[in-house]
Write a protein that binds this ligand. Structure first.
Ligand code: NAD
Ligand code: MLT
Length: 310
């Protein structure tokens, strides 16, 4: 069996692949033409979010049996082509949830206490202990869009800060809201008009792309703070920029952009936006779990075993 790894996975994960007896080729982010020309040699490919496993790549992948996504979102993999060609797609959706939830908490704290702005000033040797008046999280209202794995982890963590947590998620049973002690909102509008913070934790789908835009932000509580550690474009970047400039949104914490890698989004140039370059899963723990997890999933799928996508 031949396995191609095109993005960085942990040493532990690579070891699992290499010790299986499969031939493992590591080619970090190969140029597209090269990838198209070599993919037919491989039984499996292991990617993160950079490699576009799209219709075109599938059309060249004559021997491909498994795509391993070292991580959660499979939005860089063309699922209809995989289905049509009988290629199994495996991922590790649980492995980085805690890390993504913790980064979300980090963004909430950073934007409420203006930590990045204060840090930047200190790095310029400028001491101003009056200039960074923030707000507490205590007793504030947090609205979560998507009460899945990460949304629920964020809810329980922010309840420890004694925030009042509500969520909008039309696809889950009422019992899930009850289980996490989260107030259910029937519509996004109902949620956004009364919360002090809104954080999105949905996958990016046709329905969720741009689900928070000008229309929704115009209905939001004035001074709302916005966090996106899910997928770029769930909150429209141009509209969010506009809402910050209008004073509707006070601050935003953003880990993901619509067209990654990106250094040109309008969000780069607005005050009160804290940006990180898609590092939600960037912890030693998450990368070890993701790497080892995807390696076992890929090998299991190649052997025709049951895959769990855990
Ligand atoms: P999940 O599938 O466990 O949960 C998603 C939830 O969103 C589900 O409960 C679903 O019912 C809900 N949902 C779907 N469509 C909705 C809609 N239109 N309105 C409201 N709710 C809707 O997903 P997860 O594992 O919690 O991941 C959440 C997001 O975080 C994904 O986009 C994932 O790719 C992303 N993610 C980002 C990072 C990072 O590095 N920043 C790391 C891990 C995951
Ligand atoms: C994921 O979907 O797992 C995250 O966005 C992190 C990553 O792509 O590595």
């Amino acid at each position: 069996m031949k396995i191609l790894v095109t993005e960085k996975i942990s040493e532990k994960g690579l070891k699992v692949l290499q010790e299986s007896g499969a031939k493992v080729d590591i080619k970090m982010k190969p140029p597209r033409e090269e990838l198209l020309s070599i993919i037919e040699e491989y039984d499996a490919i292991v990617v993160r979010s950079y490699t576009k496993v799209d219709e075109e790549l599938f059309s060249y992948a004559k021997n491909l049996k498994v795509v391993g996504r070292a991580g959660n979102g499979v939005d860089n993999i063309h699922m209809p082509s995989a289905t049509q060609k009988g290629v199994i797609v495996v991922n590790t959706p649980d492995a980085n949830s805690v890390s993504a939830a913790e980064l979300t908490v980090g963004h909430m704290l950073a934007i409420s206490r203006k930590i990045p702005q204060a840090h930047q000033a200190m790095k310029k040797h400028h001491w101003d202990n009056h200039g960074y008046i923030g707000t507490e999280l205590y007793k504030k209202k947090l609205g979560i869009v998507g009460l899945g794995r990460i949304g629920a982890l964020v809810a329980t963590r922010m309840q420890a800060f004694e925030m009042e947590v509500s969520a909008y998620d039309p696809y889950i049973a009422d019992s899930r809201f009850e289980k996490f002690g989260v107030e259910k909102k029937e519509t996004l509008e109902e949620l956004i008009k009364e919360v002090d913070f809104v954080t999105v934790h949905t996958p990016k789908t046709k329905e969720t792309a741009g689900m928070i835009g000008k229309n929704e932000l115009m209905k939001a509580k004035k001074g709302i703070k916005v966090i996106n550690c899910a997928r770029g474009g769930i909150i429209d970047e141009e509209d969010l920029t506009w809402a910050i400039q209008q004073g509707i949104v006070e601050a935003a914490g953003i880990d993901v952009l619509k067209d990654e890698p990106d250094t040109t989004s309008p969000l780069f140039d607005v005050e009160n936006v804290t940006l990180t370059p898609h590092i939600g899963a960037g912890t030693v723990e998450a990368q070890d779990k993701v790497g080892v997890g995807v390696a076992h999933e890929v090998l299991g799928a190649l052997r025709g075993e049951m895959v769990t996508n855990a």
